[in-house]
Design a protein around this ligand. Structure first.
Ligand SMILES: CC(=O)N[C@H]1[C@@H](OP(=O)(O)OP(=O)(O)OC[C@H]2O[C@@H](n3ccc(=O)[nH]c3=O)[C@H](O)[C@@H]2O)O[C@H](CO)[C@H](O)[C@@H]1O
Ligand SMILES: [Mn+2]
Length: 306
């Protein structure tokens, strides 16, 4: 018995040594996730911790000397979220890369001055406000598409378009970059398609019939190359304008139009809920090894329409 055990131990040790001598590039094989989906049905990667090697990506992207634009809206009282958003972005968002933060606001004097790493800057874009928070949220699509010609096409390679009532809490880097990406909505991860809160009225431009749709994407984080973001935000804004002229507004505002667009134009990468989570609402399930961009608790009565 003792001898058999000793032989097994010897054999295992031998196998482990072999693994250690495999080339480094094979490491990822041993990190492969089996607890979460890694590919969409159109073979786009779904990005999770354990599916990418930061160092390999760094080599690929740093040569290309890219600049990433981050659009964030802080209109009316939402300026209060900017400080934590920007401070945590400096710690975790695209560290080591050139970043332009585009802060869209009606209160430029309230944009906090925070220390920035080299190659990174804040560009304040003064825009109008709207009375209803829903209109502010929806008009982001129009404003992003409008500023593509004035700024983004000349100044950045990629855009990340994000909610402000959030903070960064772990590495969030070039692994997200692709022609067009969307993020899985944390509230619908693992839910059945029929429960997705798509717009279900056929009169709306955002309509997705029952039985159709791939994922439920979050309105709070999407992006891609400037050209693709331009096309998407312009199309969403046009769809909203058509609905408005017909007296209809989609159930989840800009998020509904985003879902329709990404249903018709499949994203080339999909970010897992590591990239948008709400711990207060949803706790911390085991499949989430990292929380990279998370909701900051907000009191709706105090902050919305103010
Ligand atoms: C995390 C996430 O996926 N959030 C989406 C969700 O609601 P949320 O409840 O997260 O919406 P929200 O109140 O954060 O509004 C969306 C964003 O619009 C901006 N804002 C809004 C109101 C205001 O007075 N000032 C201002 O600046 C701000 O950047 C904010 O983060 O659904 C919304 C549509 O219903 C949007 O699609 C949001 O992106
Ligand atoms: Mn939000």
């Amino acid at each position: 018995m003792g001898q058999t055990l000793a032989r097994w131990c010897y054999y295992l040790n031998f196998q482990l040594k072999k693994l250690r001598h495999l080339p480094r590039s094979c490491d990822s094989v041993f990190h492969r996730r089996i607890d979460v989906p890694l590919l969409t049905p159109w073979l786009a990667p779904i990005v999770w911790d354990g599916t990418f090697d930061k160092d390999i990506l760094k080599e690929q992207f740093q040569d290309r000397n890219i600049t990433i634009g981050l659009t964030v809206f802080a209109i009316k009282k939402y300026v209060v979220f900017l400080k934590l958003f920007l401070e945590t972005a400096e710690k975790y968002f695209m560290v080591g890369y050139k970043v332009n933060y585009y802060v869209f606001t009606d209160r430029p004097a309230d944009v906090p001055k925070i220390p920035l790493q080299e190659g990174r800057k804040v560009i304040t874009l003064v825009v109008q406000n709207y009375a209803r928070w829903q209109d502010i949220s929806m008009h982001r699509m129009e404003m992003i598409s409008n500023f593509c010609h004035q700024h983004f096409f000349q100044e950045v390679d990629y855009l990340a378009c994000m909610d402000v009532d959030m903070k960064f809490s772990d590495h969030l880097g070039v692994e997200i970059l692709s022609n067009l990406f969307g993020t899985l909505h944390p509230g619908f991860y693992g839910a059945q398609q029929k429960s997705f809160s798509y717009e279900r009225r056929p009169q709306s431009q955002a309509y997705i019939p029952k039985g159709k749709g791939d994922f439920y994407y979050a309105g709070g984080f999407f992006g891609g190359k400037v050209q693709q973001v331009y096309e998407m935000t312009k199309a969403c804004h046009e769809a909203m304008s058509i609905d408005k002229s017909n007296g209809i507004e989609a159930v989840w505002h800009d998020e509904s139009y985003l879902n329709k667009y990404l249903f018709l134009h499949k994203p080339t990468k999909v970010l897992s809920p590591e990239y948008l989570w709400d711990e207060q609402l949803l706790g911390r399930p085991a499949f989430l090894r990292k929380l990279r961009y998370v909701a900051v608790p907000k009191n709706h009565a105090e902050i919305r329409n103010k």
